[in-house]
Design a protein around this ligand. Structure first.
Ligand code: NAD
Length: 441
């Protein structure tokens, strides 16, 4: 099938490449000319395991193409995916300007019936706005006779495993009341729906809300565990023991119940905020969501508070080795990352940071290259040189079994702040370290 994808970020590029991989003819459109040029040359702007060969092979095979020309994009596809960003506006609501700009573009250039598929995470009611924008643009052109459908098809991929998630989705949500559109999208996704039925058809508004409900539920699990961690610390318990104890109940399960330094990334913070905004906009008080967000904001400062407490506030001139800049492992994404909150607080307090991340160094350079108090180091060992303490912020595999003798030797004082509870406190203390975890008395 002929598919157009607007937006070549984490969602658009990965979905476009995966759809091309199974044989669809995909045209990706982006307003970022530099990005499009690099993609044409096989240079992939994001780190995502498995993405480089997928994009290059399908581009070479002619099934995956890139353009900045919206006109070319609209004329290519019988399906038009919207996969552009929906960042938070100042009031926390989802900013729909990019989504609606694409809708207008589609209205401006479409010449035949098409199915518009919204993959961006958007508030309930956005499909109506997209429909209105296309309709009014068609009317301005005097082409009101052209027909189209707007479908909600939210994306559930996880950064760090996006290719695998799209190749083998847990579920494919289709929000539509049009039998023809549903059938066409079923055909599009048939290669991903072979082993067992993954497609769930529902009305558009339910599909739009499903995406927010999923992210808010996951954020709730994290904030709940962080709340338990705070209690554990104060009550003389160990959250890691508690985690194992509760995870064994199948109604709770082991997934996603790790205490840590708070959730970050480009989705959970903004989606929780956006749903709060939606709820308040209709006069409903979202008590749980507000608590989830408040707990998270506090949790993001927990590492700094521990460091501050350890040094009794005397942080000026201290050198902190920091392992992990991305908001989670296997991505280079630093949007809303807990590492940023920590580094900014450390700099404010007069400390210097020597940071290492397996993939996010370029992004850190882009964001903080101008900060004198930050040294970006080529290896995790280099970050330790001349440092006073080690702080672990992201649970990359490469940090899980480090050379503790080397860490001990390099640090001026053997102290580890472990924001992801990677280590066994007893074992670490036996090795002569002062150890601060999360929720571990
Ligand atoms: P992103 O910021 O990585 O990429 C968005 C891309 O859209 C950019 O390349 C930008 O240049 C492009 N763009 C903006 N306006 C455009 C226009 N008018 N025409 C063409 N391209 C345009 O965003 P992302 O992380 O891929 O997220 C996209 C959407 O998917 C968001 O709504 C997000 O909430 C949702 N989502 C993201 C994830 C994730 O893990 N990143 C997962 C599920 C859903």
């Amino acid at each position: 099938m002929r598919v157009t994808v607007f937006g070549t970020g984490y969602v658009g590029l990965v979905q476009g490449a995966v759809l091309a991989e199974v044989g669809h003819d995909v045209m990706c459109v982006d307003v970022d000319a530099g990005k499009v040029e690099r993609l044409k040359q096989g240079i992939i702007p994001i780190y995502e395991p498995g993405l480089v060969p997928l994009v290059r092979d399908n581009h070479d095979a002619g099934r995956l193409n890139f353009t900045t020309s919206a006109e070319q994009g609209v004329s290519h596809g019988e399906m038009q995916f919207i996969a552009v960003g929906t960042p938070p506006d100042e009031d926390g609501s989802a900013d729909l300007q990019h989504v609606l700009a694409v809708a207008e573009t589609i209205g401006r250039y479409m010449e035949r019936h098409c199915i518009v598929i919204d993959k961006s995470t958007v508030p309930v009611g956005t499909a109506d706005k997209v429909r209105e924008r296309i309709t009014s643009t068609l009317a301005e052109r005097g082409r009101g006779e052209l027909t189209f459908e707007v479908v909600s098809n939210p994306e559930f991929l996880k950064e760090g495993s996006a290719v695998g998630d799209c190749m083998k989705p847990d579920r494919i949500i289709i929000g539509s009341e049009s039998d023809d559109a549903i059938e066409a999208i079923r055909e599009l996704y048939a290669p991903f729906n072979r082993n067992h039925e993954k497609i769930i058809v529902m009305d558009v508004r339910s599909a739009e809300l499903t995406k927010y409900a999923a992210n808010c539920m996951l954020a709730t699990k994290i904030s709940f565990m962080n709340e338990m961690a705070n209690l554990a610390e104060r009550l003389g318990a160990d959250i890691e023991m508690v985690r194992q104890g509760i995870g064994s109940d199948p109604r709770i399960g082991y997934h996603f119940i790790y205490a840590g330094v708070g959730y970050g990334g480009s989705c959970f913070p903004k989606d929780v905020q956006a749903l709060i905004h939606t709820a308040e906009g209709i006069g409903f008080d979202p008590k749980v969501l507000k608590a989830v967000e408040a707990r998270n904001l506090e949790q993001k400062t927990t590492l700094f508070d521990k460091i501050h407490h350890h040094y009794q506030g005397a942080l000026a001139g201290k050198v902190i080795a920091l392992w992990g800049l991305s908001f989670k492992p296997n991505t280079d994404d630093m949007r809303d990352a807990p590492s940023r909150v920590l580094m900014e607080a450390l700099w404010q307090a007069g400390a210097n940071v020597q940071a290492y991340d397996p993939e996010a160094m370029e992004e850190a350079q882009r964001l903080y290259g101008h900060i004198d108090e930050l040294t970006l180091c080529g290896t995790k060992e280099a970050a330790l040189k001349g440092a006073d303490a080690l702080v672990i912020v992201t649970d990359w595999q490469a940090f899980k079994a480090p050379d503790f003798d080397l860490i001990h030797e390099k640090l001026s004082e053997p102290v580890i702040f472990d924001g992801r509870n990677l280590f066994d406190p007893k074992r670490i203390r036996r090795k002569g370290f002062v150890y601060h975890g999360i929720g571990r008395a």
